[in-house]
Design a protein around this ligand. Structure first.
Ligand code: SF4
Ligand code: SF4
Length: 489
């Protein structure tokens, strides 16, 4: 009787594992991953063979024999042990659970937005008083920045990697800029309460305010939303980005009185990112920046109508650094590539935020095993065309322990290809398509170090150590077949 039950449970489990194998194969085909589809097909055939063989053994009453019964029990023990070692939750990474505080190893200086590469390029016109002031303090950057300006800025000649049929993609990329720019004036990113509310505060409990703000953000199109108390280290020290000829703001100290940040992540379309470093990927980045500007501005206006102060942080106005805030808000962890790595979408997201004095319930930082996975994986570093991502361990930088991206060489590469590249984002195993098999793998990988090692190796087998970029949807075609890791360095 026990053996009969074991046989049927075994049969069900084998059919279940074959179904997972089949769903992974379907996912790989949907992703248009030829290599992964081939390996997934082989894996599925193996699983199917196991099911058929099992039913054959059952049909010949093999499990009724002493040898068969012993093998059946041994099979359960081995499979059970393997599942146990794959999914058991080992001790969490205490550093990750502290968020960015867990990374602080020394004195942290607030970052000056004037020194940020976009601000240097866009907001310091040669010959201006600001130009003289900035390069007097940073003479080492003047020649370098001047060469970048002559090239056309961080993106150089936009879309230059693609043939002339990529021009509509440049049009689509730049079209997205129109939205954030329209929302870049103080009355928009820092809205006043609508007169309807007569300057009153709407009475809300902490729970209700939190639920309403998060729910509204998700309804507006956010894919993830988290809340944190703002660590002042992640507030820019001085204003550097100027968009509306408001030169009196350049260099002013940023004094943020808001206690909370609501951080929003939006998923970037898998197919568009999979073309990186070609133009569809920068269309998608810009679309998400525009979407973030829309969501954060509307959310800031909503909070203003509740009677509280709120400021939208998006492509055309930042008071804060969004990646550390997102880590503290529990949206993910910082990966080797320097981006936020979320559990569901990996680094395939863009961020925006609202800072506010509306009292809210903060979320807690999380541990998905990203730090440990990144120590094993290194795929972004080996695939980065400009070698801007470190291959070795984390190092202290400005009082925090992290993998320090070389932003200057990364932007050099952007200038060469005329896009924001996104190769690191494209190849990251956490960034695979949001399909059920990948979500299952990400859940397993978040459990323990053994599974991270196994699935990191499997990712290399299925997708290759240097996965190739893919073709775009027809409407975003870029006039060229892909087929390499696209290193143009
Ligand atoms: S590619 Fe690998 S090393 Fe790089 S961020 Fe992703 S998981 Fe980490
Ligand atoms: S965006 Fe491209 S160049 Fe920059 S770090 Fe990522 S892979 Fe390297």
């Amino acid at each position: 009787m026990i053996i009969t039950i074991l046989v049927w449970v075994g049969a069900l489990l084998l059919v279940f594992q074959a179904a997972i194998g089949l769903s992974f194969l379907i996912s790989c085909i949907w992703e248009k991953e030829e290599r992964a589809s081939l390996f997934a097909a082989l894996q599925f055939l193996g699983m199917l063979g196991l099911v058929l063989f099992f039913f054959y053994l059952k049909a010949i009453d093999f499990f009724e024999t002493t040898t068969g019964a012993s093998l059946l029990v041994a099979g359960f023990v081995v499979a059970g042990g393997a599942v146990f070692f794959l999914v058991r939750r080992t001790a969490p990474n205490q550093k990750a659970l502290q968020g960015t505080r867990g990374l602080i190893v020394g004195e942290v200086e607030r970052f000056d937005e004037r020194a940020q590469v976009f601000a240097r390029n866009r907001s310091i016109p040669p010959g201006s008083e600001q130009y003289g002031r900035f390069y007097k303090d940073h003479p080492e950057l003047e020649e370098y920045d001047s060469a970048r300006r002559n090239r056309g800025g961080p993106l150089g000649h936009v879309g230059s990697i693609d043939s002339s049929s990529g021009t509509p993609n440049v049009a689509a990329t730049l079209a997205a800029l129109s939205i954030p720019l329209h929302l870049s004036r103080p009355e928009q990113y820092h809205p006043q309460q609508h007169p309807e509310f007569k300057g009153n505060k709407v009475d809300l409990s902490l729970q209700e305010a939190t639920q309403r703000v998060k729910g509204y953000a998700l309804m507006l199109g956010a894919d993830m939303v988290g809340i944190t108390e703002i660590n002042p280290f992640w507030v820019y020290s001085h204003r550097g980005e100027i968009f509306n000829e408001n030169w009196e703001d350049w260099g002013t100290e940023i004094e943020l009185t808001h206690k909370y940040a609501v951080v929003i992540a939006e998923e970037m379309d898998f197919r568009m990112v999979s073309t990186g470093p070609h133009t569809p990927t920068v269309i998608e980045s810009m679309r998400n920046y525009a979407k973030g500007a829309f969501i954060s501005t509307q959310l800031a206006a909503f909070i203003a109508n509740l009677g509280y102060s709120a400021t939208a942080n998006h492509l055309r106005h930042y008071d804060t650094m969004l990646v550390p805030l997102a880590v503290d808000a529990g949206l993910g962890e910082t990966g080797r590539l320097g981006y936020l790595v979320t559990k569901t979408y990996g680094p395939r997201i863009r961020l925006s935020a609202i800072t506010t004095n509306l009292p809210l319930i903060p979320d807690k930082p999380i541990d998905n095993g990203v730090e440990d996975f990144c120590k094993i994986c290194k795929k972004c570093a080996t695939c980065c065309p400009s070698k801007s991502i470190p291959l070795d361990g984390q190092e202290p930088f400005n009082g925090t322990l992290r993998w320090k991206l070389n932003e200057e060489t990364c932007f050099e590469y952007w200038g060469k290809v005329g896009t924001d590249c996104c190769v690191c984002m494209r190849v990251c195993p956490w960034g695979h398509a949001t399909t059920l098999p990948h979500l299952l793998i990400k859940w397993i990988v978040s459990r323990n170090s053994i599974s991270r090692r196994i699935f990191s190796a499997m990712d290399d087998i299925f997708y290759g150590k240097k996965p190739r970029s893919k073709d775009a949807p027809a409407w975003a075609g870029f006039g060229k077949k892909t087929g390499s890791n696209e290193s143009t360095t």
